[in-house]
Design a protein around this ligand. Structure first.
Ligand SMILES: [Zn+2]
Length: 124
């Protein structure tokens, strides 16, 4: 552990991330509901295609777009989960690339940040 963040700061950030996670999960669920309804109205007599087995070409464009949004939301959840795991490991707040401390201001703005500003800039 290369740094010590105040416990109150960490628990506050954890809370923020957990709240965001709940919102993201809800958003995905609502979104999937919408996709399902759209698919049902699109082809009420046909069986709903299973996205895991359906071939890419058979999916409608709208469905593809919706999947993309879902993936972005899922990706954010993954980042939050990783950040929460880092809190448990005691490595939270350190850059996962160079190990430098991530400024608290950055964590307040982006609680799940895994990289310091320099490393994030280099990745872009
Ligand atoms: Zn770094």
């Amino acid at each position: 552990m290369s740094r010590t963040l105040a416990k109150s700061t960490v628990s506050k950030l954890r809370e923020t991330m957990e709240e965001e996670r709940v919102k993201l999960v809800t958003a995905i669920e609502e979104h999937e509901q919408e996709i399902e309804e759209a698919l049902q109205s699109e082809s009420s007599s046909e069986r709903i295609p299973d996205p895991s087995t359906a071939e890419g070409g058979t999916l409608s464009f709208e469905y593809e777009m919706a999947r993309e949004v879902d993936e972005q939301l899922a990706d954010r959840i993954r980042q939050i989960d990783e950040a929460l795991a880092r809190i448990d490991e005691g490595t939270y707040g350190s850059c996962t690339s160079c190990g430098n401390a991530i400024p608290v201001e950055r964590l307040r703005f982006l609680p799940h940040a895994a990289l310091c500003v320099d490393c994030a800039r280099k990745r872009r």
